[in-house]
Design a protein around this ligand. Structure first.
Ligand code: PEP
Ligand code: MG
Length: 854
């Protein structure tokens, strides 16, 4: 019978479709819910009769077009109570709330009072009068506030209240009620607020809404009647566990809203359960859910109703899940052979892994937001505010967690950052010092928090609403979303569990671009290894010099007057550098380690305040005036474009000699008993081929000397960091002198735009808001401009030297969009902060799988 009616329904109006196993229903024309219901029908589940309206039909309804209501109602018995639910293409885009019990009128009330009891019938009618008043007639919901719904005469009181407010009687015709409901839902979808809300969730501006009209399974009445939801996994952990609630004499999702009166599903010490009250129904429901999991190839939450013990499945929705649950669910579906391993890899959003890799603010925690900035390093941490690196160290020594708050950080703050639980700065962007170091350490970090007032000399910060936070006050930095919170919200621990490891192993089986880590210290290298980086793509050696003992020696180097004095002072640094390199080589167990020669301007190693200058004068046994003069002389107007990188290696080559020797000696020491090491030496800030020639000659000389002294032969690979536009443009000249290029997209972005990476945070949000830049180019690789240089550099470099290894080691190396670009232009690997390695591995695998399947 239903099939016959269905044929009529489809024939008369293609956009009004009875859901049968083979009706023409698709998510793109009728929405995800309609499609899912069809799948449930195909599985033979007890789904009540359902009619789907297409996007086009609903759009027409919003515009006031007449819909063939007779055709819709032809699918249902004449006294059938109905409900309407939204069906957007992607269920995550939302839609207007469902409206239940359409068709309730005086006659139905009388009929149902006989069949299911007066109280149950009253409940249904009152519920419908209220929702119709609010959503269709648009009356003020509080007109019913003073009425007692438990009163036996409640129905007439509610109807009178409606009539007096709407100035017309409550509609008694089911058809009239239904058209009102459909039209109000269609119009709600087309409203501006709803559109903006769904666009924020990724919906296109013209996303359509479908509606499903379903025979109501009442959930109230005699026997075991009620409604609930059931799923087979825990939404937070992803572990297999029957979860959900059931509530007697209820409808829709009431069971989830009720506090205390709902039943557990499975037997539970905390209270009564459906399993005990209706064991057959419970067992059948779990079987249905398992069938849905297997055949819909997804963990589904099933919405059900019991009517005198009989089950109806009203809906199936994809289980909401945390990132860690998403990983476990994907792995478990693949292990159950329901989906392939490749599909499991495709099902986890790479950036969502951050939730597993770092502690986070618990999703359910209340957030008292006191400011925001750029979330530069993910994860969240709580601590007492400190304003200097020294205080951070003192705080760590006392065992107290602290948040280091600075206007901006500089190399002198590194030890403070090591000691702090999180960092917060007023200035800076995605590639500023605090951001780069924070990501390297896995330290939650918010930079460019210009919404707050920083008065660091007064030791206080002020939120936009005027609240003042001083030294010692407890705040939380959420580097995942860039928020600063007052106090200590509930946290969720990082969870690198077995499912995570399994998923990453599967990802590596598909991946076709290498992933290395940027690691400066042995701690970084260990993290890189835990995350299975294939090597170190960038070791910024200058960070080693900020260790206390190396800093003093470095300052002596800077203050040496002649080359010989400098070489002498460097002798003190040599064993320390060598030891650090030995450690890195040993930790990486034969994997490639790319060491970048000294890069920053020298004055970064000198103190900036008077007390520091005095300490330095004392340490060097020099008059304060000499020290001050020398520090001033080293100052530059534009240090990032000044005496740094290869320019230092050419003008102060003794540092280069020391570093090359330390690398070679360390390599020989580390290779003695362990895995063989072929070090890679990288020259920063190159802009001309002659620079490479000069540095190569000098390194070759050191290599020759070490070979003779040690009586052992060895190789090394020399590479150039392409981070000036000229190096990219002249790649054809430069490539023949080296074996690899690594694109430093941080400096390359800075120099391509002429945009200071340390200061851009001040205006970046205004620029992005006004559409000058689509995104912060330090965050998302500018494929049009900077990318053009990458493409040119790669092509020209490979033209001159076909075996040239190509990579990116700027911060962009860890972002999924940049990895796609790097693959496209033929890079061999990307290198990123250790904590971003898993994200990069997963993103790279997804790109390879996508290519294979498309
Ligand atoms: C770069 O410039 O992209 C880079 C990786 O080097 P740094 O951030 O140390 O300047
Ligand atoms: Mg650089």
């Amino acid at each position: 019978m239903a099939q016959l009616i269905g044929a009529a329904v489809q024939q008369n109006a293609a956009h009004i479709t009875l859901i049968t196993p083979d009706a023409p229903v698709s998510a793109s024309s009728h929405g995800g819910r309609a499609k899912c219901l069809q799948r449930l029908v195909r599985l033979g589940l007890p789904v009540p009769t359902t009619v789907a309206l297409s996007f086009e039909a609903v759009h027409g309804l919003a515009a006031g077009e007449w819909l063939g209501m007779d055709q819709v109602l032809a699918a249902f018995d004449s006294d059938q109570i109905l409900c309407v639910r939204p069906s957007s293409e992607d269920p995550d885009w939302g839609g207007p709330g469902a409206i239940l019990n359409i068709g309730m009128n005086d006659a139905q009330f009388t009929r149902l009072s006989d069949s299911v009891g007066g109280e149950a019938a009253r409940k249904l009618y009152l519920k419908f009068i209220q929702s119709y008043s609010t959503h269709v007639a648009r009356l003020d919901p509080d007109i019913f506030d003073d009425l007692d719904s438990a009163d036996v005469n409640a129905v007439s009181c509610f109807l009178e209240a409606y009539e007096s407010e709407a100035e017309e009687p409550f509609p008694q015709s089911r058809s009239e009620q239904l058209i009102g409901v459909l039209r109000s839902m269609a119009r709600a979808w087309e409203g501006t607020t709803a559109r903006l809300l769904r666009q924020a969730k990724g919906a296109p501006a013209d996303a359509g809404l479908g509606l499903v009209i379903q025979a109501m399974a009442l959930g109230v009445g005699r026997g075991e009647s009620g409604s609930g939801v059931l799923q087979l996994v825990n939404s937070v952990t992803g572990v297999a566990q029957i979860t959900g609630r059931y509530m007697r004499q209820s409808q829709g999702r009431d069971a989830l809203k009720s506090e205390g009166s709902a039943l557990f599903l499975q037997k539970d010490v905390r209270g009564p359960s459906l399993e005990e009250k209706a064991p057959q129904a419970f067992l059948q429901l779990t079987k249905y859910a398992a069938l849905m999991r297997e055949r819909l190839r997804e963990e589904m939450q099933c919405e059900f109703t019991l009517e005198n013990g009989e089950i109806r499945i009203l809906d199936g929705v994809r289980v909401q899940r945390s990132a860690r649950a998403a990983v476990r669910i994907a792995v478990s579906l693949a292990e159950s052979k329901i989906i392939s391993r490749e599909e499991a890899v495709m099902r986890v959003e790479p950036r969502a892994l951050n939730e597993l890799l770092h502690r986070q603010v618990d999703r359910t925690a209340k957030r008292d937001v006191i400011g925001s900035g750029i979330g530069a390093s993910p994860g969240a941490a709580t601590g007492k505010i400190v304003f200097t690196a020294a205080e951070a160290q003192a705080s760590a020594a006392r065992g107290e967690a602290c948040v280091l708050v600075r206007r901006e950080t500089n190399p002198e703050d590194i030890r403070g950052m090591h000691a702090a639980s999180a960092a917060l700065t007023e200035r800076g962007g995605m590639t500023s010092h605090a951001a780069v170091i924070g990501r390297g350490l896995g330290l939650p970090c918010v930079v460019g928090a210009t919404s707050m007032r920083f008065q660091t000399s007064k030791r206080r910060i002020t939120s936009p609403d005027g609240r003042v936070f001083r030294e010692g006050d407890v705040i939380t930095v959420d580097g995942t979303n860039g928020q600063i919170l007052a106090g200590e919200p509930k946290m969720m621990e990082a969870a690198l569990d077995d499912s995570f490891q399994t998923l990453m192993t599967w990802a590596d089986m598909s991946r076709d671009i290498g992933v290395r880590a940027n690691a400066d210290t042995s701690a970084d290298a260990r993290t890189a290894l835990v995350f299975q980086a294939e090597g170190i793509g960038l070791c910024r050696t200058e960070h080693m010099f900020f260790e206390a003992d190396q800093l003093i020696a470095m300052r002596e180097v800077i203050f040496a007057n002649a080359s010989d004095d400098r070489s002498m002072a460097l002798q003190a640094l040599l064993p320390m550098q060598r030891e650090m390199f030995v450690e890195l080589f040993e930790i990486m167990q034969g994997r490639p380690v790319c060491i970048r020669l000294f890069d920053p301007p020298l004055h970064e190693f000198l103190p900036t305040d008077r007390a520091g200058l005095r300490d330095l004068a004392e340490a060097l046994n020099l008059p304060l005036s000499d020290v001050t003069r020398r520090v001033e002389a080293l100052g530059e107007y534009n240090p990032m474009l000044g005496m740094r990188g290869v320019r230092l290696q050419i003008t102060v080559p003794e540092i280069l000699d020391m570093q090359a020797r330390a690398i070679f000696e360390a390599m020989l020491d580390a290779s003695a008993g362990g895995d063989p090491v072929v070090p890679e030496i990288m020259i920063p800030l190159v802009s001309a081929k002659r620079e490479v020639e000069l540095v190569k000659t000098r390194i070759d000389a050191v290599a020759a000397a070490v070979r003779t002294e040690r009586g052992r032969d060895f190789d090394y690979r020399l590479g150039v960091m392409v981070e000036t536009p000229r190096a990219a443009l002249r790649a054809e000249d430069i490539a023949p002198h080296c074996e690899f290029f690594s694109f430093g997209t941080n400096d390359l972005t800075q120099m391509t735009y002429g945009l200071s990476r340390d200061d851009a945070g001040r205006f970046m949000s205004a620029y992005v808001q006004q559409g000058v830049f689509p995104e912060d180019p330090f965050h998302t690789l500018d494929q049009e401009g900077v990318g053009e240089l990458l493409r040119l550099g790669a092509e020209r470099g490979r033209r001159a030297q076909p075996n040239l290894t190509l990579s990116v080691c700027g911060e962009h190396g860890g972002s999924p969009e940049s990895i796609a670009f790097c693959r496209e232009i033929g890079m061999d690997y990307v290198s990123c902060s250790p904590f971003r390695v898993p994200v990069a591995r997963l993103a790279a695998a997804q790109l390879a799988i996508q290519d294979k399947t498309s």
